[in-house]
Design a protein around this ligand. Sequence first.
Ligand code: GDP
Length: 301
Amino acid sequence: ADAFNNLSATLDEAWAKMKGVADLSPENIKAPLKDVRRALLEADVSLPVVRRFIKKVEERAPGVKVTKGVEPSQELVKLVADELCTLMGGVGADGINFREEGNGPTVILMAGLQGVGKTTACGKLALSLKKQNKTCLLVATDVYRPAAIDQLKKLGSDLNVPVYDEGANASPPSIAANGVAEAKKRGDIDVVIVDTAGRLNIDEALMNELIATKMSTQADETLLVVDAMTGQEAATLTKSFADAIDITGAILTKLDGDTRGGAALSVREVSGKPIKFTGVGEKMDALDPFYPERMTSRILG
Ligand code: GDP
């Protein structure tokens, strides 16, 4: 209902263009959908994603039966909101897929470019799991940003979560594998969170290393950490990671900023994988589940 109201206020002009029409014929929805398209682009949804979205709405619209007493514009509002919500994963939060009991610790790889909030997200996830009575081991493999190792150790000590590291001179896939082995040896760890090695840009070396880390750890989850401020670029970036390392989901960070959050739609549409959490601040408790409905109103709002 939230999404519905906001949507309807924001695109007032768009819906006004439907005054007096009887149905959602291709002719009648042309002008308002132009405004919807503009709103999505302004929210930083990538252009190909916007195009595919509008096309979907155009295909569905003529089949919508206008209920007696309801303005056709309201039916279009609802269709747009529903489609956005569906595209972003439907209603409800998507958590971690835990490994079945007795099969060893669940392994989560956190992937992403430098500066997106990957290390921070590792700490946040550890805290959130700790609150669910899961014991975690953090594994520091970001050897290209040595400060990341100290940062993770500091987070671990603040959160009272153990951190496994081998300094900056070992190879990330081998550190990660040793970290998982350490967790198994300890026997009291439910979840291993691996802070993978990032880079400033996407390149083959990064992807090969991630593939190797994924194999060496038998990871259950590979979560792509994406900075919501990345805007339009989020789509191409997500595609590169999703194609190379078969991500299982994403964490969208920095949503406490003034971005409208169109990256959420791009990430989900391009990868087909759920956004599992959102980062909403620098503090360790600033991790929220992803709410498609809220994001729908934010993107259009
Ligand atoms: P990494 O290079 O990907 O590991 O990035 P870091 O975890 O070191 O984060 C980079 C910067 O972004 C740090 O200053 C973090 O405090 C900040 N940061 C991370 N997540 C968020 C978030 O959700 N909101 C805000 N405002 N800042 C964040």
